[in-house]
Design a protein. Structure first.
Length: 180
């Protein structure tokens, strides 16, 4: 646990983020959607290639199709906003041999979720879906890929959910210095 006097202004924002799987029907204001997209736009990427495309899905019929492609996960269709994060460059590998797009899109998604939280919204990363079906629904071009979805909206939490903190491993159990 970090001493309270050492916490930055951003750590509390990050600490308050959690995966939300229950959303109210309240629509999300366009300005908030734009700020979330902007957070993703300015995220870092390998060699600043910005190999992404963000598809905002607010149409209820399309959201229901996406829910079906996500194997019927109800919170996917319930969220008033879905953002599909796709790559425009599946082939680029970084010098360490790793493909860059999963890492790049993870940065973008993280920035977007933190911004959603700052806007009073909640979100959840969705990676369980039929990629072929998702590509057809969203008319994704050949050689492009939807890597993940973000479900975003106003959280509908019970009092116990609102008050509970996620269990996290202590810092000492996941870090080391100078060697594994």
């Amino acid at each position: 646990m970090i001493r309270q006097d050492l916490k930055s202004k951003l750590l509390p924002e990050i600490e308050n983020c959690r995966s939300i799987r229950s959303f109210s029907a309240r629509p999300v204001e366009e300005e908030k959607i734009e700020s979330i997209l902007e957070a993703g736009r300015i995220a870092p990427s390998a060699k600043n290639r910005q190999p992404w495309r963000f598809i905002v899905i607010t149409d209820e019929d399309v959201r229901k199709q996406v829910e079906k492609a996500a194997y019927g996960q109800e919170h996917v269709g319930q969220a008033p906003v879905l953002i599909a994060l796709g790559t425009t460059n599946v082939d680029y590998k970084m010098p360490n041999g790793q493909p860059s797009h999963p890492i790049d899109l993870s940065f973008a998604a993280s920035f977007m979720l933190i911004q959603a939280n700052a806007e009073g919204l909640g979100g959840c990363v969705i990676t369980t879906y039929d990629e072929r079906e998702m590509g057809e629904i969203l008319t994704v071009p050949y050689k492009m890929s939807i890597v993940l979805l973000l479900a975003v909206g106003y959280p509908e939490l019970s009092d116990s959910e609102r008050d509970s903190l996620r269990e996290r491993k202590p810092l000492s159990s996941i870090t080391s210095r100078n060697h594994w």
